[in-house]
Design a protein around this ligand. Structure first.
Ligand SMILES: Cc1cc2nc3c(=O)[nH]c(=O)nc-3n(C[C@H](O)[C@H](O)[C@H](O)COP(=O)(O)OP(=O)(O)OC[C@H]3O[C@@H](n4cnc5c(N)ncnc54)[C@H](O)[C@@H]3O)c2cc1C
Length: 493
């Protein structure tokens, strides 16, 4: 890594002091929260912003903060710019910082993207008198009071803001181990694979990974790169790995909106026939899936509630593995481990965690279509990803905003309801101009609400709508001096 990076890429400076009063509170310091804060700052440089983030990761969010050198972005570099008016901004940054190292279609290490974001955020939030503070802490409660928002942290600190952005990421899921026998070693159960010490495990011990998606792959590769030699077993209900990105140079495909009119099964037919038509030309399926993406939100919004439920029940797993693809070299590494017998993938589920000995748990797996399996493992990693529904989530803030009625869940339970600009819709059906939602919790309205290309658009819309309620820009030095209060860090297990 070139020295200029080392000078400029130290993580953002987070502290424990929460101001008593700010213009904008941003809950969540992942891509969505940071992008929204940068865009607000660009419009209104003097806005006093506090960004509150509960995790101690050095770079934003799990995707770019909880990763290691071998973990690659799953979106090509030229589409990962942080701002909608400069989608190639990340690629330009790379070509300035490491000339010739990466090209347009390359899948770049995710940690490098985290560095790019840190550099960008630091530059933008220091520019032109911006007043942005970064606070480690967890917001557990939010209330609307007159023309303000009041938020309470886990430690009881209270901050008042003119408006708040909820950029919480996907709803946290529950650990997949319901039945744990007394005496099962607690060290064997790793609820958060990115928590400190999660990979400190005897190199010869067998381990079990629950899940077979992007996080499961990351964890498997991280273990192997650390010299882990024990057997790695992945188990998931569908028993399938994500599919790889196609080789460069595939012919693109496109659909008109009219071709995709109709319920999910009609769309599936269209997709299948488009894929079949490409086969004689040796063109793969990936471009057909990509051609659906520009229509995904319109399709989702046109479907009835019944259509959506059918899609979620029957087609969602298929969509996920085709849509959330991994770079080919990553999958090759997993396939090689499988071929060498070092990694296996089962279709089934964990039903019980018992005791093998003082340091190993005995996992009972219901293997679909085969006899149950018993595995004695030193670690069981929870890689099941977010909760499928906000109703299943254990997240305290989500529970709070739903029970207080300042937010409503969408019918399918995927997230919270918001209007087109992201303004949260309350239990009486009114959009709240002071509470704006950005990120995965908008899936219920938009379906596609996952990756940087769509999140940067949401951040821009959020920043624009916030201009209606944020102060019109009196210089911060004219404001009364606000106090601060200490926020306890969230302890991670
Ligand atoms: C393994 C993996 C790889 C990915 N790779 C890519 C990729 O290559 N390209 C791409 O475009 N996208 C990728 N994604 C999707 C990625 O998640 C999004 O691009 C983006 O990072 C999401 O940002 P976010 O801010 O919306 O959510 P998050 O990154 O989840 O950030 C939300 C933050 O809010 C914090 N938070 C939540 N609740 C509270 C609270 N109450 N108080 C304080 N803090 C709180 C969380 O700790 C979290 O840090 C990947 C995702 C994963 C999991």
């Amino acid at each position: 890594m070139r020295s200029r990076w080392n000078q400029t890429t130290a993580p953002l400076k987070w502290d424990d002091e929460l101001p008593l009063d700010v213009d904008l509170l941003v809950v969540g310091g992942g891509f969505s929260g940071l992008a929204t804060a940068m865009m607000v700052t660009a419009e209104r440089p003097g806005t006093r912003i506090a960004i509150v983030e509960r995790s101690p990761l050095a770079a934003p969010g799990i995707a770019f903060g909880a990763c290691e050198p071998p973990h690659l972005l799953n979106v090509p570099a030229e589409r990962m710019g942080a701002f909608p008016d400069d989608p190639a901004g990340f690629l330009s940054w790379l070509s300035r910082e490491a000339p010739g190292a990466y090209g347009e279609g390359d899948f770049v290490p995710r940690a490098l993207y985290g560095t790019y974001l840190n550099v960008l955020v630091r530059e933008r939030t220091r520019a032109r008198g911006a007043k942005v503070g970064f606070v480690r802490g967890e917001v557990t409660r939010i209330r609307r009071v007159a023309d303000a928002v009041e938020a309470v942290s886990r430690s009881g600190a209270v901050v008042t803001a003119r408006a708040a952005v909820l950029a919480l990421g996907p709803p946290a899921g529950r650990a997949p181990w319901a039945g744990v026998d007394e005496g099962a070693p607690p060290s064997a159960l790793v609820e958060d694979p990115w928590s400190a010490g999660a990979f400190d495990v005897d190199a010869d011990a067998d381990v079990l990974i629950i899940g077979s998606g992007l996080t499961a792959i990351d964890v498997g590769i991280a273990l192997v790169r650390r010299g882990h030699g024990g057997q790695i077993t992945l188990v998931s209900r569908n028993g399938r790995l994500p599919l790889p990105h196609p080789p460069a140079g595939e012919a693109p495909h496109s659909f008109t909106r009219a071709e995709l009119e109709g319920p999910p099964r009609k769309v599936l037919r269209m997709v299948r026939s488009a894929i079949a038509a490409r086969e004689p030309m040796n063109q793969g399926w990936a471009a057909v899936i990509d051609a659906l993406r520009p229509h995904a939100t319109a399709l989702w919004q046109a479907w009835s509630s019944r259509d959506r439920r059918r899609f979620l029940a029957r087609l969602r797993p298929l969509w996920e593995i085709h849509r959330h693809r991994v770079p080919r070299p990553v999958l090759d590494e997993i396939e090689t481990l499988k071929a060498n017998g070092r990694l296996s993938l089962l279709r089934g589920q964990l039903v019980r965690v018992g005791v093998a000995d003082a340091v190993r748990a005995r996992a009972t797996l219901d293997v679909f279509g085969a006899s149950p399996a018993l595995l004695d493992v030193a670690r069981i990693y929870n890689c099941t990803g977010p909760a499928r529904s906000v109703r299943e989530s254990s997240d305290p803030l989500l529970g709070d905003v739903l029970s207080s009625g300042i937010a409503t869940g969408d019918r399918e339970g995927l997230g919270l309801c918001a209007d087109g600009s992201g303004r949260l819709i309350d239990a009486r059906g009114r959009p709240d101009p002071r509470l704006v939602l950005v990120g995965a919790l908008r899936r219920g309205d938009l379906w596609e609400s996952t990756a940087v290309p769509e999140l940067r658009e949401q951040a821009r819309a959020a920043a624009r709508v916030l201009m209606n309620v944020l102060p019109a820009g009196s210089p911060p030095s004219h404001r009364p001096t606000a106090g601060t209060q200490r926020v306890a860090r969230r302890s991670r297990t």
